[in-house]
Design a protein around this ligand. Sequence first.
Ligand code: ADP
Ligand code: MG
Ligand code: ZN
Length: 637
Amino acid sequence: MQDNPDLKKNSENGGDKSGNNKKILMGILAFALISTFFMNFFMSAFSGGNMAEIEYSDFISLVEKDAVNAVEFESDRLIVYADASKTEIPKEISKIYNNGEVIFYTGIVGDLELVGTLKEHNVKFSRKVKNSSPVFDFFMSWIMPILFLYIAFSLIMHFAVKKLGGGGGIMGVGKSNAKVYMQKETGVTFKDVAGQGEAKESLQEIIDFLHNPDKYIKIGAKQPKGALLVGPPGTGKTLLAKAVAGEANVTFMSLSGSDFVEMFVGVGASRVRDLFKQASENAPCIIFIDEIDAIGKKRDGSANSNDEREQTLNQLLSEMDGFDSSKAIVILAATNRPDVLDKALLRPGRFDRRIIVEKPDLIGREDILKVHSKDVILGDDVDLKAIALATSGAAGADLANMVNEAALRAVRMGREKVLQEDLMEAVEVIIAGKEKKDRILSSKEKRIVAFHEVGHALASALQKNSQPVQKITIVPRTMGALGYTMQMPEEEKYLMTKDEIISEIVVLLAGRAAEEIVFDTVTTGASNDIERATKMGRSMVSQYGMSEKFDMMALESTENKYLDGRNVAICGENTVAALDEEVLKIIRECHQKAVSILKENRKALDEIAEYLYEKETITGEQFMDILKKVNGDEISQ
Ligand code: ADP
Ligand code: MG
Ligand code: ZN
């Protein structure tokens, strides 16, 4: 859907790049040389250089001349401390120690009388347990090999990566990787973004500034440097950013937050620097940092905080402060986790504008469907509004996907047009997964599933507040559902009353209730129903203030509300226990209610379930027909 014909990897000019490589190579060589030098220095310092080798026989004669003060036995040689005044000093020896000693060494010849000779001439002798200091040992056995490996590995990677023609690789140290995407024209305009009226309005000013910076500069107004697009995944944040560039007709440079983060400290920061440098060369332009939470997380100073990320963030902050605001560069960023962003990013002069990109409402969904079906040949029976109604909660990306799925299905069916049934099937695929015709249920299981699903549907139809059913099926789906009841809202709802939530919980629990009543047994097939019902019941108590016990007290708050955030308790432990009890009470009541509704309508339950068992899929109308026939005119929907 978003093919980018002009998209090109913006490789920096080649000379610069190879220059960088050379620098790195030089750096490594210098490092190797220096470390070798240090190693030798340490070696000589610790093993006390400045010694000359002498023959063993010379050594013995020195002992016999009483010129030797002490002898130290080493594993492979003897160190001889001799009196300089009584010794001829060979020219290799440049140093005479303070006490007038010179040091020689000589090989070991297995002289059995040596000890005796030494004793005779009063020479001190000893054997050191260890020949070197622990620091030196540690250095030699740990640091050196690691350094060596690091250098070797780096060099190998460097040349391997270069040979493969890849850019960054592990040796991207200090080099800004060519991951900046520069597009002269995005080819996307606001026309391609359906709905999102408010977001577009907020962005309009930015577009105007990019068109016409002088107007703002003249009057002395400072333009917002950056805007943050916030919203759930798939709602069109990236699309909107591109559309802004398209509308303003400026260069679009985009980079994802994770592109900055690499193994080596300092890479991200240098990428940020580079990005801004390129941007100022290409002004007017838009810099778009997607998924900014990857680098913009709060710096919490905890032990496991990530230095690299912080450096990158700091660089970003200082670049944002530093660049010339008259240069017509606007920075957009997108995230679905605004709550984790560092405060410093959000302060005035940085991403001070927050543009909320919400999931589309009914009209928005219809518009998005229209935009994406523009190039699709639709049959006459297609009613996009009905599809929009059935897809409450879907984001733009889901809807775009649905239209495509429908088109694919039409092709599979050998049709030349997309019909409503293709679209409906696509909706179901997105909601419940593909039909799985090859999964054969035993007839007993199939019967249980039929009663379970009809239980849901009946509870829904019989409670005034519930939505009528659209379709019931017991054909298994890939996402685990053995059957399901598709409900069809008649209008978009933004608020739910307490009664509506209760009746929805009853509907969820009615599947299992039907199994209990009819088969006097329970199965594992209700786990998802139970989970959802419990969640709703819990929210009633903990967040919506709908229980008597806790009145309007908040017991839980939602984290990451743009992702499927989890609820965290914000109350004491005892209160959590009481909350659980309260939820259980709601669930019990709803369960009872489901059972009694179905018991009262046992005849309808049996008839519809048998019919469903036979047909496998029935429509909402067929369902209502049987219900009316059984119940007379009592029920009118
Ligand atoms: P986000 O960045 O918010 O996760 P994207 O901008 O990448 O989402 O959207 C993904 C796709 O979904 C887009 O390429 C587009 O096809 C479709 N889409 C999302 N929102 C809209 C919209 N409002 N209008 C038209 N298409 C949309
Ligand atoms: Mg995106
Ligand atoms: Zn169920």
